[in-house]
Every structure is written in structure tokens, then in C-alpha cells.
Design a protein around this ligand. Structure first.
Ligand code: SAM
Length: 258
């Protein structure tokens, strides 16, 4: 998959691309990342990429022409591409969005700055606007890197065999269970005994109950999209959690209907 970043700050991407799984995926040729400097597509003497807003108001707005020219140059003919504008007014970026976007060959991520981009560029060229959360960043670069980071680990062959995205929080529909490693006792706190039992079914049961408890406490909204297998329902019922899950789903549903 190819990721194209359109930015006026290309240096922003140097360090994040040189670390960890992203670097490995790039070195192994599992993904390609291309950074495009929007300023290079500005045609005026001062290479201006922004200007004052029509109608007045604070700040500057990114001009449409350099953005459009930069985008045209980033597009690769024959690829299924998707143009994403990072924006606080966009749809919330979630694990589901990340999964959906892996269906494209090329993702073009447009990083806004200042007060954002001229609306006509968005209307003509942008397929979707994504927000990484309800807060305002100084620019879209960090948000675009968040999208890359979340997506890269879903691409085939990127995670090693000891690593997997399948059981991650959100992928499986629940928050992930708590995790432990050596030492067995840390500052007087012991790891749950069941994890040393060698009984795989008991460990799986313990982890399911932890996941469900954590999700009930922190993100009950996730439970309405969750389908438990009959075996899982039995475990939840025996632990007294099934009624709580059903009550949480019911509460979410009646909240939605309001
Ligand atoms: N004036 C805009 C508003 O109030 O909605 C905010 C512009 S912000 C200072 C500059 C750029 O940062 C945006 O164009 C966008 O690309 C990026 N950005 C800021 N917050 C973001 C968020 N939560 N998610 C994604 N991108 C964001």
C-alpha cells in the first residue's frame, strides 16, 4: 500500500518513519511512504501556500491551487486511491475506519495548517475528512501519522508472527485484557495465579472476563456492536456478567432512541 502525505512541513515525517514497526515495514517494502511538499507546487514568486480569509476573520487559509497541483502529482494512475483530509470537523477516525481504508492501494493524506484548507479544494478533491479526536491540533501532520500508524499494523505481513492485531482492543470489539510479564511479584503485587496454571481454557476465560469487565467500566458503548459466542455467553452468565452486559446494551439502545 502507498501512503502519500501532502504537507508544508515535510521534515515533520523524518523521525517517525525511522522507528519501530513503521521503519521495518518500509524497509521490507510492505508499504511505501511518499512525502510531498505543497510549497513546491505554489507558482507565485514567494511560493505562498496560504492567504487571508475572504470575509475577514482570524488566521490564514491554505490556497486551493498548490494543494490541487500537489495532489495531482501524488496520484498514481491505475491505483485505487482515496483522498483523506485531516480535519477536526471530519468523521471520527476509528479502528473500523483504519480497517476499511486498508482496502485501497493508495491513501493520500492532506495535512492542513493555519485555519484549514479552502473549501473548494475539499469539495472537488477530497473523498473524506477524518478527525482523530475532539481537540484542535496545530496541523494535520500528527493526525496523518496516527492514521498511518494505526493502518500499517493491519497490513498483511507487517506484524511478525509473535505479534497480532486480531486480539487488540477494538479489533475484537472489546478492550484488551490486562497484561503481565516478569517478575511474578512486583512491589508486592502478584500476577494472577491462573496465568501460571497451564490451563489454556482457564486463561482464555480469565482474559474474556477481564476484557468484558474493563469494557463495561470504560467503554460500555462498544458492547452494543459485540456478538458473543454461546460458549462466551455461558462464561459471562456463570460469572454474573451477562446481565450487566445486556443492561449496558439496553441502556445504549434507549439512549440512541432519545
Ligand atoms: N480552524 C479549524 C477549526 O476550528 O476547525 C482548525 C484548524 S487546525 C489549527 C489546522 C489543521 O490541523 C487542520 O486543517 C487539520 O488538518 C489539522 N487538525 C487539527 N485538529 C485535528 C483533529 N482533531 N483531527 C485531524 N486533523 C486535525
Amino acid at each position: 500500500m502507498i501512503f502519500d502525505f501532502l504537507t508544508i512541513f515535510p521534515e515533520f515525517f523524518v523521525s517517525p518513519l525511522q522507528e519501530g514497526i513503521i521503519r521495518r515495514a518500509l524497509n521490507d517494502g510492505k508499504v511505501e511512504v511518499r512525502i510531498h511538499n505543497i510549497r513546491e507546487y505554489a507558482t507565485d514568486r514567494h511560493r505562498m501556500t496560504d492567504d487571508r480569509p475572504f470575509g475577514g476573520g482570524e488566521g490564514m487559509v491554505m490556497k486551493p491551487e498548490p494543494l490541487a497541483a500537489c495532489l495531482q502529482s501524488a496520484r498514481t494512475a491505475g491505483l485505487r486511491s482515496r483522498v483523506v483530509l485531516l480535519s477536526p470537523v471530519g468523521q471520527r477516525f476509528t479502528q473500523r475506519t483504519a480497517e476499511r481504508l486498508t482496502g485501497y492501494d493508495q491513501l493520500i493524506l492532506v495535512c492542513g495548517r493555519y485555519e484549514g484548507v479552502d473549501e473548494r479544494f475539499r469539495e472537488r478533491y477530497v473523498d473524506e475528512e477524518l478527525s482523530i479526536g475532539d481537540y484542535v491540533l496545530t496541523g494535520g501532520e500528527l493526525a496523518a501519522l496516527v492514521v498511518l500508524d494505526a493502518m500499517i499494523r493491519l497490513l498483511p505481513g507487517v506484524l511478525g508472527c509473535g505479534e497480532s492485531a486480531v486480539n487488540d482492543s477494538f479489533s475484537c470489539g472489546l478492550l484488551k485484557h490486562r497484561q503481565y510479564t516478569r517478575p511474578r511479584v512486583f512491589e508486592g503485587m502478584a500476577v494472577p495465579d491462573v496465568l501460571f496454571s497451564g490451563d489454556h481454557a482457564a486463561v482464555a476465560r480469565h482474559r474474556l472476563l477481564e476484557s468484558v469487565t474493563l469494557t463495561l467500566q470504560r467503554r460500555p458503548d462498544l458492547l452494543s456492536a459485540m456478538t458473543f459466542t454461546p460458549a462466551e455467553r455461558k462464561i459471562l452468565r456463570q460469572a454474573g456478567l451477562l446481565a450487566q452486559v445486556e443492561a449496558a446494551v439496553e441502556a445504549m439502545t434507549s439512549e440512541d432512541l432519545k
